[in-house]
Write a new protein. Structure first.
Length: 308
């Protein structure tokens, strides 16, 4: 029997699903888990075929994943770069493969801005400024030293660099505020606790304030403070960033003073950007997440409204 191909009108054929390759940093914090959930849930809801890879916070694993997305000829590539540097080579390979790139959450320091279409995520410097302004306000009617220990995020990451920069920019107007120790806790509870133990051994009662670049490290540090027989909030002011559930629970328990919000819920914005790209629309170079600050006084009232 003669065989023949039937040319179906596009409307009758299943629309080809958009394929998005996403390289996630890891699962190091409550924030990251909420970010992953937002991306996976929205991709499913929007009918986008998501190729998802978890890099366990290792840049070489992200680069491997990005290369696999090129090989799979995905329609769009998105990723949260664990650190700012070291991406130009693989980004040039992706550009040669004519696949558009969206940066989410964190950015890269590549000078060649043609290597990615847009960067969507928070303004980490402003987050650091918000933390600094809160501390200035808190100490304006007090006397004496304000010795700060700082738990930095992952070395070389955008949030760690910028949260430090923004905080220092604001506190320099008050000479009493001094950062006496600063070290990375790599955004994890375990490392945050370990480094805070070392800070307490070295500086003990000299410490007046902890500034942690994320809630997971702050929560680990709070454990260390209590195990050292000191009281968080009462003996050491606790300033943190992210405003994840764990931070609200700590504030409601009276163990954290304030958390600067950093929203992980980037799924909807990312999938909208992916669809716009595939539809041939141009995207803004920078999409900034809107976010606030939550002191402990409002934590109980605000907690029921929180989505992450
Ligand atoms: C910030 C994000 C940071 C969070 C941490 O946008 O990159 O990484 O503040 C997370 O909790 O690990």
């Amino acid at each position: 029997a003669a065989s023949f191909a039937v040319a179906l009108p596009m409307s009758a054929m299943a629309q080809k699903k958009i394929v998005l390759g996403f390289s996630q940093i890891g699962a190091e914090s409550e924030w990251r888990t909420a970010n992953t959930n937002s991306i996976k849930e929205t991709a499913a809801k929007e009918g986008i075929d998501l190729k998802f890879s978890d890099a366990q916070q290792k840049q070489e694993n992200q680069i491997k994943a990005l290369r696999s997305f090129i090989a799979q000829k995905v329609d769009v590539i998105a990723f949260a770069p664990v650190v700012e540097s070291g991406w130009d080579t693989v980004l040039k390979e992706i550009k040669a493969a004519k696949i558009p790139v969206i940066l989410t959450d964190r950015s890269v320091d590549s000078k060649d801005t043609s290597l990615y279409v847009t960067f969507m995520g928070s303004d980490f410097t402003e987050e650091g400024r918000k933390a600094g302004r809160w501390l200035l306000e808190k100490v304006k009617n007090t006397k004496g030293d304000v010795n700060v220990v700082e738990l930095q995020g992952t070395v070389g990451s955008g949030p760690a660099i910028d949260r430090k920069k923004g905080f220092e920019e604001i506190i320099k107007s008050e000479p009493r505020i001094k950062i006496i120790r600063s070290q990375t806790g790599d955004f994890t509870r375990a490392k945050g606790k370990e480094v805070m133990e070392a800070f307490l051994k070295a500086e003990g009662k000299k410490i007046n304030v902890l500034y942690a670049h994320n809630d997971d490290m702050a929560i680990g540090a709070i454990q260390a403070i209590e195990e050292a027989g000191l009281k968080p909030v009462k003996d050491i002011t606790i300033i943190s960033v992210d405003a994840v559930k764990g931070a609200f629970e700590a504030m409601i328990a009276g163990k954290m003073d304030v958390s600067v919000e950093c929203s992980p819920l980037l799924g909807p914005q990312l999938m909208a950007a992916v669809k716009d790209l595939v539809a041939g629309k141009t995207l803004p170079r920078r999409i900034v997440t809107q976010e606030g600050i939550f002191p402990m006084e409002v934590a109980a009232k605000e907690f029921p409204n929180r989505k992450y």
